[in-house]
Ligand binder design. Structure first.
Ligand code: SF4
Ligand code: SF4
Length: 472
């Protein structure tokens, strides 16, 4: 008997979308285009911004198309896309293509290659690289100097290529070295837009199992899952990068992508994996630093501890002390409070499970708060886009705005208070929904998950209230 559909809306069943999906060059053609864009951004950013002061860079980062596109548009866009549709960015990510090229060259040459170690497969290198990126942002202003942003893109491409050459596991970069992997995996798990099988009994009776067959692994198109997953047992946090190869190769057309029902496997909330929980713990501090930074008086309070520390550690640049505060000390403080709160609510199963559960509860709220900062950034940087398209290096535009005063800096696209109202509503809605989601975690995790979700909701809602206050 046919089981009820797990889809409310299956986008892959729409004929034009299906046509695009089955096009042999999908998604490689899109990856080639995005690789071309990244290459151009690298060329445009190299050599720019090295001689400018920190004050100059506050404007130059918006007038230069490389920094504007990477930090002001792409990064917030990737967060929004992950929250709305899962890992859709990965479908067109050029780094997967570069990694695949490295992998193909190594297979053709036939030199011996290593397997990804346990530490790498567990996601700890991904987390370490994300942390390193945050440190580079805080300490070296990578996000403000076009030359450094371009160098970072080059290094990422080099890492993707090198991991393809060195490791024989397919998608070695996506699985073990992409600095955005933890963010995408965590933020992408709460959306109701998911990849799902259409009819469980079809997979049960499928003799071919083309979606996992080793014979299909190295084809150009219609491949079995290159991430070595079983698409018919797709689960949250399994590393699926939405390449949709399984939907292309399935001879029974049994995989869809769209709005799924509560019965779908991906709708079941499991605990985060440890590296994902580690990411949420760090992101809570980083996102707080970002959203607080929009309100000057609140920012002064938030940064009082690193200023005090800096006064006592004068040998260390303020950026590093600031990073120490929002990446380590502030998260330690908040997660200590959350653990105590979890204990009060009844958690008695040890600190490790407490933190895993609390991070699982807090994750959707952290994601929406991160989106709030992203929206504020697009609002404040977006007006520079027409200027940056006219003068991609941005140096003349920078001169016209700050030295010659022949051009006025564009104003914010949307007032902070309006964004604050919208995002406050979003945090409250997600907090309310998360209250229901956390009920699905194992019962011994419930108290800690609630403590994480409630604490994160209170912190970010309080900051967003400051956004909407007059004069912020
Ligand atoms: S997804 Fe398709 S190929 Fe894979 S088991 Fe199900 S029916 Fe078979
Ligand atoms: S499960 Fe499907 S969409 Fe996900 S990585 Fe594997 S082939 Fe790609």
């Amino acid at each position: 008997m046919k089981s009820p559909s797990k889809f409310r809306l299956d986008i892959l069943s729409w004929r034009p979308i299906r046509g695009i999906l089955l096009w042999p060059a999908f998604p490689v053609a899109l990856q080639v285009v995005s690789l071309g864009v990244v290459g151009w951004l690298v060329a445009n950013g190299l050599g720019i911004g090295l001689e400018h002061s920190s004050a100059d860079l506050m404007t130059l980062r918006k007038t230069n198309l490389t920094t504007l596109a990477v930090w002001g548009l792409w990064w917030p866009g990737m967060i929004a896309l992950a929250i709305l549709g899962g890992r859709l960015w990965c479908t067109v990510c050029p780094m997967e293509l570069v990694n695949r090229v490295g992998d193909a060259i190594a297979r053709r040459v036939g030199w011996p290659r290593a397997r990804l170690g346990r530490l790498v497969r567990a996601g700890w290198i991904v987390l370490a690289l994300y942390l390193m990126l945050q440190l580079l942002v805080a300490g070296f202003e990578v996000h403000r100097v076009p030359h450094f942003t371009a160098t970072m893109l080059l290094l990422l491409g080099g890492l993707a290529f090198a991991t393809g050459l060195v490791f024989r596991d397919p998608r070695s970069f996506c699985r073990g070295f992409c600095p955005a992997a933890a963010l995408l995996s965590v933020y992408g798990r709460y959306t109701p837009l998911q990849l799902e099988i259409r009819e469980a009994s079809v997979c049960d009776q499928c003799a071919e199992k083309d979606c996992t067959s080793a014979q299909n692994r190295w084809r150009f198109d219609r491949r079995s899952c290159p991430s070595l997953l079983r698409p018919y047992r797709h689960e949250a946090s399994d590393g699926c990068v939405l390449c949709l190869q399984c939907a292309k190769v399935c001879p029974h057309d049994n995989l869809g992508y769209g709005l799924v029902t509560r019965e779908a496997t991906m709708s079941r909330q499991s605990l985060l994996r440890p590296f994902e929980a580690g990411f949420v713990m760090v992101a809570l501090g980083f996102v707080a630093h970002e959203v607080v930074g929009e309100v000057r008086w609140l920012d002064a309070y938030f940064h009082a501890p690193p200023h005090w520390l800096h006064a006592h550690l004068p040998g260390l640049a303020f950026g590093w002390v600031e990073a120490l505060w929002f990446l380590l000390l502030f998260p330690l403080l908040v997660w200590g409070v959350i653990a105590g709160f979890g204990y009060v609510l009844g958690h008695r199963k040890g600190w490790r499970l407490c933190l895993l559960s609390a991070a699982t509860g807090a994750a959707p709220v952290v994601a929406v708060a991160h989106l709030a900062k992203g929206a504020a950034k697009v609002s404040s940087w977006g007006g520079f886009l027409p200027l940056a398209l006219r003068d991609p290096e941005g140096v003349s535009t920078f001169q016209a705005i700050t030295v010659e005063h022949t051009l006025r800096a564009p104003i914010k696209l949307v007032a902070l208070s309006l964004l604050g109202w919208i995002m406050l509503l979003a945090v409250l809605v997600i907090g309310f929904r998360a209250w229901r989601w956390v009920k699905e975690v194992p019962s011994e995790s419930l108290a800690a998950a609630r403590a994480g979700m409630l604490t994160a909701s209170v912190i970010y809602a309080a900051v967003l209230v400051a956004w909407v206050l007059p004069g912020s």
